[in-house]
Design a protein around this ligand. Structure first.
Ligand SMILES: Nc1nc2c(c(=O)[nH]1)N[C@@H](CN(C=O)c1ccc(C(=O)N[C@@H](CCC(=O)O)C(=O)O)cc1)CN2
Length: 298
């Protein structure tokens, strides 16, 4: 007889709501005691529907917690200089405590040049090379940690999942998720491996994971049989697949076959409703830390 266990579902939507409520109280306390209103500036280039939705959701989340939002929307064919001009204005605007440039940028724009222009003190996305460099170094601390990987770590902490001494595998090595997620797990004293598109026998490495963070962007890549029984699975993938039954014509699925994995893992994040909502909650959290640091508030 085989016993089928089922895993704890890590509810990112619920945790993100709790964090937003905590941030709203803090923002109200700061406003009440100092009159300072935290401000977040978002720069959107082009007209990608998904980016427009994320930016709209960021503005709405700011509004709900009492953070003032600033926005610059630029056309697809704008120049790097146009974007940098807006960044410079926000860098020197004392009402703005956080600045982000929504990614991806159009092909003709040099992402590195743009991200380097955001002052490190307001880099609430944590993408500036100085912040990433500090994250990678022993004994140094970044001013900000990228939001999605920070959200993954927050979920592990809030569900009391021990990281120290565990074997952690990260699938994907992107600058915005995979690489910083691996660095954060290492800083939390896990032993890490990174699996990527050129890795030989990825299943063999993934099967060793006590904690798996998948950020591959490939729908249903990870099968239940690839997991170590009892592993904790954090699925960062948000992949749209055709679905004629959905009004949108598509549905969102993760990198991990949820049905198979949930009978092997001890805990797992769903898609949607897992890591995604944590990204925006962590952005608000970084903006709150920024206003506190800039104004030397407790
Ligand atoms: N400058 C940045 N650009 C991008 C980032 C980022 O952190 N900074 N991350 C992603 C997009 N992103 C935020 O910008 C983001 C992605 C997904 C979600 C989310 O809540 N997803 C939901 C599903 C939403 C849906 O139904 O469509 C979920 O997973 O439950 C929030 C933010 C790339 N660009």
């Amino acid at each position: 007889m085989t016993t089928q266990s089922s895993s704890i579902i890590i509810d990112g939507k619920l945790v993100a709501k709790k964090i937003r409520d905590e941030i709203a109280s803090e923002v109200a306390r700061i406003k009440g005691s100092t009159g300072i209103v935290p401000g977040l500036a978002v720069i959107l280039v082009g007209s990608r529907k998904d980016s427009q939705t994320y930016v709209r959701n960021k503005k709405k989340a700011c509004e709900e917690v009492g953070i003032e939002s600033f926005e610059a929307t630029l056309p697809e064919d704008c120049t790097e200089e146009d974007i940098i001009k807006h960044i410079s204005d926000f860098n020197s605007n004392p009402s703005v405590h956080g600045i982000l440039v929504q990614l991806p940028l159009p092909q003709h724009i040099n992402e590195e040049k743009i991200l380097n222009a955001v002052t490190i003190e307001k880099d609430v996305d944590g993408f500036h090379p100085l912040n990433i460099g500090r994250l990678a170094m022993q004994g140094r601390d970044p001013l900000f940690v990228p939001c999605t990987p920070k959200g993954c770590m927050e979920l592990l902490h809030r569900y009391n999942i021990e990281i120290k001494g565990k074997r952690a595998v990260v699938i994907g090595r992107s600058n915005i998720v995979g690489m910083p997620a691996a660095l954060l797990l290492q800083r939390a004293n896990a032993t890490i491996s990174i699996v990527h598109s050129k890795t030989k026998n990825p299943e063999e490495i993934i099967r060793q994971a006590d904690i798996l963070i998948s950020a591959a962007g490939v729908p249903n890549l990870v099968r239940g049989s690839w997991l170590k029984p009892g592993a904790v699975v954090i699925d960062v993938g948000i992949n749209a697949v055709d679905d004629s039954e959905s009004p949108r014509g598509y549905k969102l699925v993760g990198d991990v076959c949820f049905g198979e994995a949930s009978s092997v893992a001890s805990a797992i994040t769903p898609v949607p409703g897992g890591v995604g909502p944590m990204t925006i909650a962590m952005l608000l959290s970084n903006t709150l830390s920024s206003v506190k640091r800039i104004h030397d508030l407790k």
